[in-house]
Design a protein around this ligand. Structure first.
Ligand SMILES: [Zn+2]
Ligand SMILES: [Zn+2]
Length: 119
């Protein structure tokens, strides 16, 4: 079922599909991660690619609920960050491809909003 985007702001970044799939740095064309398009409600990601480019992604839907901040860490299952409550896979960040990143991602099914900073 297609979802209707409310906000989509991509800076120096490409997504393989309208609101998910593989994510690429637009400067060097390396893939920097994978966004699971059916399980997230809102993503805000800022990163610095190995090539030096500063990229960012903001994506949210018309029917997205406001995320509830939590202090829990994302679960890591086979290099994919998953919701710690319902184990839904949310996003993979290939941290060998990027120098640092900051993200906030909200799980669509339980509305928990996770923050993660990697330096
Ligand atoms: Zn790059
Ligand atoms: Zn969840």
């Amino acid at each position: 079922m297609a979802r209707v985007l409310k906000t989509k702001e991509l800076i120096d970044t490409r997504l393989a599909t309208n609101y998910g799939g593989w994510m690429y740095c637009d400067k060097c064309n390396e893939n920097i991660g994978y966004l699971c398009y059916s399980t997230y409600d809102r993503l805000e990601l800022k990163y610095k690619c190995n090539c030096g480019s500063q990229g960012s992604v903001i994506s949210e839907f018309e029917d997205s609920k406001t995320g509830q901040g939590c202090n829990e860490e994302l679960l890591i299952i086979k290099n994919r960050f998953c919701c710690s409550k319902d184990k839904n896979p949310l996003i993979t960040i290939l941290d060998n491809k990027i120098l640092n990143y900051e993200m906030q991602i909200t799980c669509k099914s339980c509305h928990k909003m996770y923050k993660r900073v990697f330096k």
